[in-house]
Design a protein around this ligand. Structure first.
Ligand SMILES: [Zn+2]
Length: 152
């Protein structure tokens, strides 16, 4: 399990997350945050899903190689999709879900966030991240973004 607490995010990302939540609510589409910080062990457990463990593959990132591990990413979902089968990722609800995610992604990008819905390999529509201009390789080597002493 990942944390769902936005205070676990780097303060810059937390501020962007709060602005994203506000913008979605103002557009009549409140969102819920489902994941923020994830430890390396939690990331490894998620990576195992669909590989060595049952379930659907949801990430290509092993422990230590996700922006969640560095407090720079969060996942959210439009609340109205929560009641739908597979969060609307099914034939019947596809149009509603696509429209909701498109708005979610647009409003995330307006906060300067990268949106996983535009990734080419595994589309990750809940995922939003801010890298501070740092690559994962730089973060793994210990680069820090000022403002958060908890950065791994
Ligand atoms: Zn994510």
């Amino acid at each position: 399990m990942s944390s769902r607490d936005i205070s676990e995010l780097h303060p810059v990302v937390r501020a962007k997350c709060e602005a994203h939540m506000k913008a979605c609510a103002a557009a009549g589409m409140p969102i819920r945050i489902t994941a923020t910080y994830r430890s390396v062990a939690e990331q490894n457990a998620l990576y195992a899903q669909g590989r060595s463990k049952p379930g659907k593959i949801v990430t290509n990132a092993k422990g230590g190689t996700s922006y969640h591990n560095f407090r720079l990413a969060y996942d959210g979902v439009p609340e109205k999709l929560l009641a739908l089968d597979n969060w609307g990722d099914n034939k019947k609800d596809q149009a509603v879900a696509n429209a909701a995610w498109a708005l979610y992604g647009k409003l995330a990008k307006e906060q300067g966030l990268e949106w996983g819905g535009e990734w080419r390999t595994i589309k990750d529509r809940p995922h939003c991240q801010w890298t501070g201009g740092l690559t994962l390789a730089q973060l793994i080597q210990g680069a820090k973004i000022p403002g958060d002493t908890r950065m791994a």
